[in-house]
Design a protein around this ligand. Structure first.
Ligand SMILES: [Zn+2]
Ligand SMILES: [Zn+2]
Length: 165
């Protein structure tokens, strides 16, 4: 093998290595930009705090994939829409509990087994004729034994009959 042939080979090899490095580098840059873009979208769905959004973006911008890993560990666990859905559920639950705990007519507190409101005399519940547990007038079925109150003869109301609110 002659010297100029070897030189030629080295030049070819250098070209190949440079091309490979360029491809690898552009691939890394694309991944890096995608990671930053994804982080911005993700942190915006998790917090409205501009400070946190900035810190998360800079973390991935500077530390790259190590930053992304750190972000995964440190990011808020729940998205804003998840938090919103949870707060709605909680509110609905509180409302249900409150509904049961006050007289719908005079809104004074009542016990869950009262048949009449002692203050305004409103009829709150009737007793199931089969299992004798107090059930709300607006219920279509006794939740304890399954008897439909409409099938039972209503006892004569001695106090004001409570209309469904
Ligand atoms: Zn009352
Ligand atoms: Zn019953």
């Amino acid at each position: 093998m002659q010297l100029d042939e070897i030189e030629q080979l080295v030049v070819e090899l250098e070209k190949f290595v440079r091309l490979s490095l360029t491809i690898l580098l552009s691939y890394m840059v694309v991944l890096w930009v995608a990671a930053i873009w994804w982080t911005i979208q993700d942190i915006r769905s998790r917090t409205t705090s501009l400070g946190l959004q900035f810190v998360a973006t800079v973390l991935v911008l500077v530390f790259n994939f190590a930053g992304l890993l750190l972000y995964f560990i440190l990011r808020p666990q729940r998205t804003l829409s998840e938090l919103y859905a949870e707060s709605l559920e909680e509110e609905a639950l509180i409302r249900t509990v409150n509904d049961a705990a006050v007289c719908p007519l005079c809104e004074r507190p009542m016990e869950s087994d009262w048949l009449f409101c002692p203050w305004c005399q409103a009829r709150l519940r009737q007793r199931c004729q089969r299992c004798e547990r107090p059930i709300l007038l607006r219920w279509h079925i006794c939740p304890y034994c399954g008897t439909a109150p409409s099938a039972l003869p209503r006892p004569a109301a001695s106090a004001r009959e409570l209309v469904k609110p």
